[in-house]
Design a protein around this ligand. Structure first.
Ligand SMILES: NC(=O)c1ccc[n+]([C@@H]2O[C@H](COP(=O)([O-])OP(=O)(O)OC[C@H]3O[C@@H](n4cnc5c(N)ncnc54)[C@H](OP(=O)(O)O)[C@@H]3O)[C@@H](O)[C@H]2O)c1
Length: 244
């Protein structure tokens, strides 16, 4: 694995699923962590915090809703106040929308807007809040968590799929704008994982076919580490990732 020693990583949506797996793996590789969720389930973020602390990683938990501008500004501010910088940002928190997942014609407009605010505007706002201090230092890695639903037009995956397609394009535009600065912006499709979100989307699915989030973390550690300092504007598939 690649060292993240002395790196400060902010991971949104870290109370369970992929976000928790990334927090634990980043801590194992030596990172200092800012972890976040809305804490809808009160103890989950604390459990992630305890797992990370057990690995002797400094950690700050911030309860914030990434779809809300004031929350995002507070999240960024508290992270910078605690650690002085953020080297790695993983925009992982995500909204699926209503379940059972409806056709677009049945999707309430407010729900559509909430999904886009959480999955697109949230990453935009948090990146905007943190990229300046990365540009000043001439280094930083931003990773946006995408989905194949952003590439394929699956029925009933409308709001979510549109949001992930937009997030991929947000990644490409940020990447083009920071090219050559030492800051990089990439996206990762983690593939099917056995998480709360996946089970909510496919309650009758065969969970044994879905990867455990802990098994898809390698590409994220690579993108967070200095090993990937020349990689910008790329889209990775975590379950196909292998180092040459
Ligand atoms: N699971 C899959 O098969 C799959 C496939 C492709 C892509 N993905 C992507 O992988 C990422 C992780 O998904 P997952 O499956 O691990 O989901 P998950 O288990 O449902 O976890 C989502 C996390 O995001 C947090 N969250 C949700 N809305 C938030 C908000 N507005 N502000 C802050 N935190 C928020 C949740 O905590 P609270 O509810 O307490 O806020 C939770 O910690 C997502 O970007 C998802 O789209 C997943």
């Amino acid at each position: 694995m690649f060292s993240l020693r002395n790196q400060v990583a902010l991971i949104t949506g870290a109370s369970r699923g992929l976000g928790r797996a990334l927090a634990v793996e980043f801590a194992k590789q030596g990172a200092q962590l800012v972890i976040n969720s809305r804490a809808q389930s009160t103890n989950d973020l604390r459990e992630t915090e305890a797992l990370v602390r057990a690995l002797n990683a400094p950690v700050l938990s911030v309860i914030a809703d990434v779809s809300q501008r004031a929350d995002v500004e507070r999240l960024a501010g508290e992270a910078l106040a605690r650690f002085g910088r953020v080297d790695i940002l993983v925009n992982n928190a995500s909204a699926l929308g209503p379940t059972p997942m409806p056709f677009l014609a049945d999707t309430p407009i407010e729900e559509f807007e909430t999904v886009l605010r959480t999955n697109v505007t949230g990453p935009f706002m948090l990146t905007r809040a943190l990229i300046g201090q990365m540009l000043v230092r001439g280094s930083g890695s931003i990773v946006n968590v995408s989905s194949d639903a952003g590439v394929e037009g699956y029925p009933t995956w409308g709001a979510y799929g549109v949001s992930k397609a937009a997030l991929d394009h947000l990644t490409r535009v940020w990447a083009a704008e920071v090219q050559g600065t030492g800051v990089r912006v990439n996206s990762v499709d983690p593939g099917d994982m056995d998480t709360v979100m996946k089970r909510a989307s496919e309650p009758d699915g065969d969970a044994s076919q879905w990867a455990k989030p802990e098994t898809v973390t390698q590409v994220f550690v690579y993108l967070a580490s200095n090993e990937s300092s020349a990689i910008n504007g790329k889209r990775f598939q975590a379950q196909n990732f292998a180092l040459a």
